[in-house]
Design a protein around this ligand. Structure first.
Ligand code: DGL
Length: 230
């Protein structure tokens, strides 16, 4: 059984790709909506919240956990791996590496405040950015929560604030799993830009880990259970 979690509906964008790649292992998806937004919380709060979810999964006898959330991954995955050495964690990070490899020149990375200011994002840029590339970071405070609560006017206001100030953006990295829901709105600001999210990469990495550990199931009907903590 595989556990997947996020601060609400965002990680369902990851679940959709996982279901395409992994057809038989059972899945529990935990939507931690009551604690949304993760992106405005500090590391101490995030460590407590994510540990509670991991403890819940362990009670369900789950040994493989997908953190379908950039914020929880960039802020807590190292901590969780140390705290739970017997659990296999697969994280979600902004697809900065992929965008850099594709030779774009002006890359706009959108994410929560916690993700954008994280050491992990800084490291991803240091490791992957080429000399001829510019990477712009935008912490879209409130956006994930506006998507979670389907507050359309708030979504539009936040996008206007963060998306209007650039020129020549040729690629956009959706560094929050809630953002694919509003991909079309985001694209309107830079219609020619290529948009990247992390869902395919996470599904691929999960499959690799299941194979490596001999726990990829090849037959039987898959059961997907969605639990909402609201
Ligand atoms: N969907 C999450 C992410 O990828 C978190 C959004 C939030 O709760 O702030 O960062």
């Amino acid at each position: 059984m595989i556990g997947i979690f996020d601060s609400g509906i965002g990680g369902l964008t990851i679940l959709a790709e996982i279901k395409k790649a992994i057809k038989h292992n059972n899945i529990i998806y935990y939507a931690d909506s009551i604690n949304n937004p993760y992106g405005d919380k500090n590391d101490k709060e995030l460590k407590i919240i994510t540990s509670k979810i991991v403890d819940f999964f362990i009670k369900e006898n789950i040994k493989v956990i997908v953190i379908a959330c950039n914020t929880a991954t960039t802020r807590c995955i190292t901590y969780l791996r140390e705290k739970y050495p017997n659990i296999i964690f697969i994280g979600t990070e902004p697809a900065i590496k992929v965008a850099c490899e594709k030779n774009h020149h002006n890359i706009l990375v959108l994410g929560t405040t916690a993700t954008i200011n994280s050491f992990s994002v800084n490291k991803l840029i240091k490791t992957n950015k080429r000399d001829n590339q510019n990477i712009y970071l935008e912490a879209c405070k409130g956006l994930a929560n506006a998507i979670e609560t389907n507050n359309v006017s708030k979504i539009d206001d936040i996008l206007k604030k963060h998306m209007s100030k650039y020129e020549n953006i040729d690629s956009i990295v959706l560094g929050c799993t809630h953002y694919p829901y509003i991909k079309d709105k985001i694209k309107k600001y830079y219609p020619k830009a290529k948009v990247y999210d992390s869902s395919k990469g996470v599904a691929k990495e999960l499959k690799r880990k299941l194979l490596e550990n001999n726990i990829l199931i090849n037959d039987g009907k898959q059961k997907v259970t969605i639990i909402k903590n609201a």
